[in-house]
Design a protein around this ligand. Structure first.
Ligand code: HPA
Length: 286
């Protein structure tokens, strides 16, 4: 099989990661808008900036800082027992709307999985399509609709990473979904579940588009996650994804949408989400 530049770049990154940290943590968390700073002790963790890792893609979006951190996290499990596990954090991600091609969007995640990470928890900020739901709460993804028109498996982007025709019948691990819901309930946090509608962006939607997404069965809309899930499934990693519902979709309840508002809401509710995500990362079986 012809090795593409995408595969080459991943191999370069993995070489570096092995030298930097030896073996890979079992679980990695991708931290979306505003969430990066809500993890306790993250400032003290071992860290490397994305630009220092050969082949790694850097993020250009405001509010996405761009480094990889690794640290041991201790949490109380639902059984009441304490457990410590080493976790990798990707602080900042690359979006297709920044001009990245799909292979670039998923590069950092692919490198971690190729290094040895077995399970991925993706987090994001998303627009809420259900007007009965409360903003600032979380939605766990049961599934997604990829409306970006892109795939990290097309052409050269995906060559050499696994099957070209990847089964997406269970993109988001069902057992992980129920475990995360249980963690949230036991911590007294509201958690909704639903389908995430993945768009390219970077513009927000029109009210007519939002009505269409709702009709198609989606409960949240956002500009990330779907390509990462596809790439992770191609490499055989388990995936869970959580959205922080930062605003109602255009035309539903709010007069206007702004990135600043989305970021502010994300930050306000980041610690609730961080709490659940960390507990999940420590306890989920890979
Ligand atoms: N639309 C798309 N992406 C988003 C939104 C939205 O309303 N909110 C946060 N990310």
């Amino acid at each position: 099989m012809r090795i593409t530049k995408y595969k080459d770049n991943v191999q370069q990154s993995v070489e570096y990661l092995k030298k930097w940290h030896g073996s890979a943590p079992e679980i990695a968390i991708v931290l979306g808008s505003g969430l990066s700073d809500a993890i306790p002790k993250i400032q003290e963790m071992k860290s490397v900036r994305f630009e220092e890792i050969p082949g790694f893609k850097t993020s250009t979006v405001q509010g996405h800082s761009g480094d990889l951190r690794i640290g041991s996290v201790t949490a109380y499990l639902t059984s009441g027992k304490e457990k410590t596990r080493e976790i990798a954090f990707l602080r900042g991600r690359n979006h297709a709307y920044e001009g990245n091609d799909p292979g670039e969007v998923v590069h950092n995640l692919r490198s971690l999985i190729t290094w040895g990470v077995k399970g991925i928890i993706l987090t994001n900020a998303a627009g809420c399509l259900n007007t009965e739901w409360e903003l600032g709460k979380m939605m766990i993804l049961t599934d997604h609709i990829n409306a970006t028109g892109l795939s990290p498996l097309n052409g050269d982007y995906g060559l050499g990473f696994g099957a070209q025709f990847v089964d997406m019948s269970e993109g988001y691990d069902k057992k992980w979904q129920s475990q995360i819901k249980e963690i949230a309930h036991l911590s007294n946090h509201t958690i909704y579940d639903g389908v995430y509608y993945g768009v390219l962006g970077a513009h927000y939607e029109t009210p007519a588009e939002i009505r269409m997404f709702k009709t198609l069965g989606a409960s949240a809309v956002g500009m990330s996650t779907v390509l990462e899930t596809i790439a992770a499934r191609q490499l055989g990693a388990k995936v869970a994804a959580l959205s922080c519902l930062t605003n109602y979709g255009a035309g539903l309840k709010q007069a206007q949408l702004s990135h600043t508002e989305v970021m502010d809401m994300g930050k306000r509710f980041a610690s609730d989400m961080a709490n659940i995500v960390l507990k999940a990362a420590v306890s989920l079986e890979v």
